[in-house]
Ligand binder design. Structure first.
Ligand code: C2E
Length: 746
């Protein structure tokens, strides 16, 4: 309080500036003049008083305005005059919620202080030491405000001592602080509930960094307490994968430089050696002092990463073998083609198909089939280099992509063929699928790429084509694509269409070749399929049977020939000269193993009324190998109905005595390849002799096929052969021709 105001509130004897009216100083004057002078002095004094009042009023207004602005007020009283109350400024009255009043009694002045806060205020009043003290004040309208005051003693110029206090309304500050603390609480609550930690990371212009804040969960994620992390931030990096750390730093630098969000995923190796995935994301903010402050969070995303990996595995990998599936293969092939073109290298695509896989699957069930596929996958992976791709293309088809082969065509071809050979070797060693070792072979088609751009589809088509050539060449082999194959493919596909149509149109029929005894008497016939093509004329079964097998057309074809042969048996049954004839029908592996084969044969026999005793089914050796028990069961079912069995092409397969003994066979047919040179090739002669001895010991009738000369017949008879088939006795011919032959013999 300035001296002016203090004087205003502590009026003392007027002195100083104004005119003096003391009489002993006055000279003797004219009374009228004296009165005039007195009046003038009075007027001057009044004017000065008026000015002083005006000034005082102005000063009071300024004070009030300042109080209002600062939400402040003040009070004062004569020191020790507690009983008399105190002078309250207008601002203080406003803070307290009182009407403006100059003097406030002591009781009223304390009326709003909340009881809990009174002791502190009382103490401050007693001490008058100028220290801040806060208390809550309840206004008459019930509103509670937070007030801060400080008070001390003041000496006036007159030597009087007064108590004065300044009061500030700090309610708003408290509200802001409460809000801030609530926000901080909120942030901490969030920080503790998210599966990660939040942080602030400050980078100074000199490159040094600090962590102003990091939440507790850093302990769980990185094994470092927030205090340690803030003190020594290098501790944060100890568990992070070294290569990921380098990448993180690079991205961070870029983020700070461009002030763009920083985001990266990284691996963490925990103390138990487990790898977890984290993701951190932060937004940089430039500070006025040149520092960059990043506000960010880090989450453990291991589960998400695993889910992503699982999704990728399901989308791009074959669940059975774990190999890349068709989709991933197509991507990789695309990349390999581009890479070879860029680097001027060659690559190779190897199309691998397991031979006779369908038979295994059909006869032994899918579990065994799956087991074979899994082992095949493992063998393929073991043979090729890590950089090569092995994929399961579908079913029993696998693809190997070799890249980085020589740019030289001949060398690249050799490299690809060498790998294919290794693969074939690896694939044709026995598999452990069940109690006995399983034998399986594969066919591989190869095509090279890298010299010109071929589409993925085109390459696959070429390799597939080459694979079919390998199959046609006897399986368990490899073939390199060459353009003539394409022409062959076109021919093959048109033949397939024709065969389908041919079957519908009845272009397929049977011819019958006689089987005779040593006297040349016809004992039976073999039904042999023929195709009379409307444009190409007669087509040999050697040309269409393999195609029919590959395409599945063998099933309707086999059914058709079987029905034709049975119908023929019925027709012959009425003629004394033909009634004794038996008919042998070739049945392919696929046909024999198809579901419902036994029922189908019995149905045809029943439908046509043919005598089952006259029907002979010819099976080839190789098809009997894969599942002996299953084969025997089927054969026995038919045998019980009177159907008999012959083993065709005997000697060309892998026959072993042990299983031959168990098969319910009546006949073995010696393959014509041995008969042909039996007189000139000692090997063939030895084989034929052995087969005949074997047949005898097993009590089986031996039938020699392809007998063309009497010399061959003589040799065969000499060594115990009982039945003969071949051009020497008759070519495959129509039933009418056969009948004519039989009539002529009588
Ligand atoms: N060089 C020579 N050949 C002789 C002689 N005698 C007979 N042949 C021929 O030898 C083949 C004997 O039939 P395969 O071994 O069962 O061999 C058959 C058989 O495996 C298959 N095949 C024929 N018809 C059918 C059928 O209906 N179903 C099935 N699954 N395969 C059949 O086609 C093969 C070839 O049949 P084809 O061309 O009719 O050939 C027949 C026959 O014409 C001879 O003295 N010299």
């Amino acid at each position: 309080m300035n001296s002016f105001t203090s004087r205003a509130f502590f009026p003392s004897t007027p002195q100083g500036d104004g005119p003096s009216l003391q009489s002993h100083d006055r000279p003797e004057q004219d009374p009228a003049a004296e009165i005039a002078a007195l009046r003038a002095a009075l007027a001057q004094t009044q004017e000065q008083l008026h000015e002083a009042q005006h000034l005082l009023l102005e000063q009071a207004r300024v004070f009030q305005a300042m109080e209002e602005l600062t939400h402040a007020g003040y009070w004062w009283r004569v020191h020790g005059d507690r009983a008399g109350g105190a002078h309250w400024s207008a601002g203080l009255c406003r803070l307290a919620g009182f009407a403006e009043q100059a003097w406030v009694s002591n009781a009223q002045g304390c009326s709003g202080v909340l009881p809990e806060d009174r002791p502190a205020l009382e103490q401050a009043l007693a001490q008058m030491d100028g220290k801040d003290v806060e208390y809550r004040w309840c206004r008459p309208d019930g509103q509670v405000r937070r007030l801060r005051t400080c008070m001390r003693l003041h000496q006036t110029q007159d030597g009087a001592t007064m108590e004065l206090g300044v009061v500030l309304d700090v309610t708003q500050g408290h509200q802001v602080a409460a809000q801030l603390s609530e926000q901080l609480n909120f942030i901490q609550r969030i920080a503790s509930s998210i599966p990660g930690f939040i942080y602030q990371y400050r980078v100074r212009p000199d490159g040094s960094a600090s962590i102003p804040y990091i939440s507790d969960a850093v302990q769980d994620l990185l094994g470092v307490s927030p205090q340690v992390a803030m003190h020594d931030l290098a501790q944060l990096a100890t568990q992070i994968d070294a290569s990921d750390l380098q990448r993180m730093r690079l991205l961070l630098e870029r983020s700070i430089q461009d002030l763009l969000p920083w985001q990266c995923e990284y691996r963490v190796h925990d103390d138990d050696g487990n790898v977890r995935w984290h993701m951190t994301s932060a937004v940089p903010q430039k500070e006025s002092n040149g520092c960059v402050l990043l506000h960010g969070y880090t989450l453990d995303m291991t589960e998400r990463k695993r889910a992503e990996e699982e999704i990728e595995r399901l989308a791009f990998y074959d669940p059975l073998t774990g190999l890349p599936n068709r989709r991933l293969l197509l991507n990789r092939l695309e990349d390999a083609i581009a890479m070879c073109l860029r680097k001027r290298k060659r690559g190779a695509l190897l199309f691998i198909d397991l031979d006779n896989f369908k038979d295994l699957n059909d006869t032994q069930g899918h579990d065994i089939g799956d087991r074979l596929l899994t082992q095949v996958a493992q063998r393929l992976v073991a043979v090729v280099r890590n950089a090569d791709t092995v994929a399961r293309f579908g079913g029993d088809e696998f693809i190997v992509i070799l890249d980085g082969l020589s740019s030289e065509l001949s060398t690249a071809t050799m490299q690809a063929e060498t790998v294919a050979e290794k693969l074939l070797c690896a694939l044709n060693t026995p598999y452990a699928l069940g109690a006995t070792p399983h034998y399986s072979t594969s066919s591989i088609g190869i095509t090279l790429f890298g010299d010109e751009r071929h589409s993925v589809d085109e390459l696959l088509k070429r390799a597939d084509l080459a694979m079919y050539q390998a199959k046609a060449a006897g399986r368990n082999t490899q073939r390199l694509f060459d353009p003539s194959m394409q022409t062959a493919l076109l021919a093959r596909s048109s033949l397939e269409t024709d065969l389908r149509l041919g079957l519908e149109r009845g272009e397929l029929f049977a011819l019958y070749q006689p089987v005779v005894n040593h006297r040349g008497q016809v004992l039976g016939v073999e039904a042999l399929a023929r195709w009379r093509h409307p444009e190409r004329g007669m087509i040999s079964p050697a040309d269409f049977i393999p195609l029919a097998e590959q395409t599945g057309l063998i099933l309707p074809l086999g059914r058709h020939i079987l029905r034709t042969a049975c119908t023929q048996l019925v027709a012959w049954a009425d003629d004394v000269q033909t009634a004794h004839l038996s008919v042998a029908v070739n049945v392919s592996a696929r046909q024999f193993r198809q579901h419902g084969f036994v029922a189908e044969v019995l149905e045809i026999l029943a439908e046509t009324g043919a005598n089952p005793q006259r029907l002979k089914i010819e099976l080839t050796e190789s098809m009997l190998l894969s599942d002996l028990e299953y084969t025997i069961a089927r054969m026995e079912q038919l045998q019980q109905q009177g159907v008999s069995f012959a083993l065709d092409d005997f000697g060309t397969g892998y026959s072993s005595l042990s299983y031959l003994k168990r098969l319910p066979l009546d006949q073995v047919k010696i393959d014509q390849s041995f008969v042909r040179d039996v007189l000139t090739d000692p090997n063939d002669a030895a084989i034929v002799r052995t087969i005949l001895a074997l047949a005898q010991s097993l009590d089986l009738v031996a039938v020699a096929e392809g007998v063309e000369t009497t010399g061959q017949m003589g040799f065969l008879r000499l060594h115990g052969c009982e039945q003969f088939q071949g051009y020497l006795f008759g070519r495959p011919d129509s039933p009418q021709a056969l009948q004519a032959l039989l009539h002529s013999q009588h």
